[in-house]
Write a protein that binds this ligand. Structure first.
Ligand SMILES: Cc1cc2nc3c(=O)[nH]c(=O)nc-3n(C[C@H](O)[C@H](O)[C@H](O)COP(=O)(O)OP(=O)(O)OC[C@H]3O[C@@H](n4cnc5c(N)ncnc54)[C@H](O)[C@@H]3O)c2cc1C
Length: 408
């Protein structure tokens, strides 16, 4: 079920509408936000949904898609106007992220959310004016594709274990980068990669996570090799291993002060987790919409599947869990949007919403019987794609670690 403010007109039902297009009142969304959500959903249905199958089989999203979303004003909703953003309240982003999830393509929502709510977050938080003009503005305008490379083959959850390193050149105006990054979303298409490295022989090296720095790296620079990886889902999203073999980068491509990378990563994780939770809510709605429609249409033993209590109760439980996850996520987003402490709530929202997305995808596939297992069935794509939700952007176990640390 979708949210709407008390005065907003309900949008016309679409193929992917929830509960026959019905929106319900919400304290979080203004009428303007509801209108924005309806427009965004129509835009995504008209311009993106028809191409998803092709992009899935091509294992790639065409570059011009970023431009298309930028022209719709979707790539810089929360970013400053000075760099081409729209400076809208965060719940516009919340609506956009839910609608991205509601499209039912993990790959598409992954590519776009990494671009706007993960990689470019570091420019927004730590970048200087020049860097924002050179990278954030073109990313918001859809002229550059952004990627984020923190994870390495031996270090994912444990960010402090990264080994990719930067060494200052003798002249001090450049660094050489050496090492390998794993699972880089948009890695093959990216025009810049926000890359976490350890500083060697630089200022104030103290080991652990204190020597982590973030660089804006050009993936087409000499010494960079990008290799695509094949995945069980998220097919239209390109994912790459990126290797740096003494790649030279100018010192002015360092984001923030030296050795502040870990601080910025922890800070940016807040919006990343809220975004992950909101995307998962959209996926949950999508799965429930598909199952609800099928359960009403498909007849077995003389009546629709939904008339069998085992099915209707299963769906009723999932809808209730979805409502709980939604309220938790909106509350965390509200805290975050007001700059209040929300580390624990963001982790709870990510944990609950993504775990539920995985459960909903599995349970809804069950409603479809064998038809849900066919490769081309939208519910089977949701099943494959949501499996990543509890892993990427911080696993469920790590979310529990964070919650335990602050609540127990
Ligand atoms: C398709 C895809 C796209 C991705 N995109 C990006 C991207 O764009 N940029 C990027 O930087 N990364 C990206 N990632 C990486 C992703 O964020 C990591 O996979 C994730 O953080 C987990 O790290 P890991 O795979 O190294 O698992 P590990 O950290 O090795 O964890 C393995 C298991 O151990 C558990 N575990 C770890 N530590 C603890 C603990 N303290 N207590 C209990 N259990 C623990 C984990 O929960 C997990 O179940 C992507 C991954 C995939 C698959």
């Amino acid at each position: 079920m979708r949210r709407r403010s008390s005065t907003a007109p309900a949008p016309a039902p679409t193929d992917h509408s929830s509960r026959n297009g019905e929106f319900v009142d919400s304290i979080y969304f203004s009428p303007e936000m509801d209108a924005f959500r309806s427009r965004t959903r129509r835009f995504l249905q008209d311009h993106i949904a028809p191409h998803l199958e092709t992009w899935e089989s091509e294992r790639s999203i065409p570059r011009e898609t970023w431009k298309l979303l930028a022209e719709e004003g979707l790539l810089g909703l929360h970013y400053p106007r000075a760099y081409g953003g729209r400076e809208l309240p965060f719940f516009h982003s919340a609506a956009y992220l839910e609608e991205l999830g509601h499209l039912g393509s993990g790959g598409f929502r992954g590519a776009m959310s990494v671009h706007s709510y993960m990689a470019t977050s570091y420019l927004h938080l730590a970048g200087d004016h020049r860097q924002k003009l050179d990278y954030l503005q073109p990313a918001i305008q859809g002229d550059m594709i952004a990627a984020l490379a923190i994870t390495e083959a031996q270090a994912g959850s444990d960010v402090s274990g990264i080994r990719c390193e930067a060494r200052p050149t003798p002249t001090g105006d450049r660094y050489t980068i050496r090492g390998s990054k794993a699972f880089v979303t948009n890695g093959m298409n990216a025009d810049f990669i926000v890359t976490a490295v350890k500083m060697r022989n630089g200022p104030a090296v103290t080991g652990g996570s204190n020597d982590i720095c973030l660089f804006l790296l050009d993936p087409r620079a000499p010494g960079v090799t990008r290799t695509p990886v094949e995945k069980m889902g998220w097919h239209c999203s390109d994912t790459a291993t990126v290797e740096f073999d003494d790649t030279v980068v100018e010192a002015d491509r360092l984001l923030g002060r030296p050795n502040t990378g870990f601080f910025w990563i922890m800070k940016a994780f807040q919006i990343e987790r809220i975004a992950a939770a909101l995307l998962a809510l959209g996926e949950i709605d999508h799965g429930l919409d598909l199952a609800r429609r099928y359960a009403n249409e498909r007849r077995v033993f003389g009546k629709p599947i939904v008339a069998h209590q085992a099915v209707s109760h299963r769906l009723a439980e999932l809808v209730s869990h979805a409502e709980a996850a939604r309220q938790l996520t909106y509350h965390a987003a509200w805290l975050y949007s007001r700059g209040k402490p929300a580390v624990s709530q963001c982790a709870m929202a990510k944990l609950r919403a993504t775990e539920l997305a995985v459960e909903v995808a599995g349970q809804c596939l069950q409603v479809f019987g064998g038809h849900g297992y066919l490769a081309e069935a939208p519910i089977s794509r949701l099943f494959r794609d949501t499996r990543l939700d509890t892993i990427a952007g911080g696993t469920s176990e790590i979310m529990k670690e964070i919650i335990a640390e602050s609540e127990l």
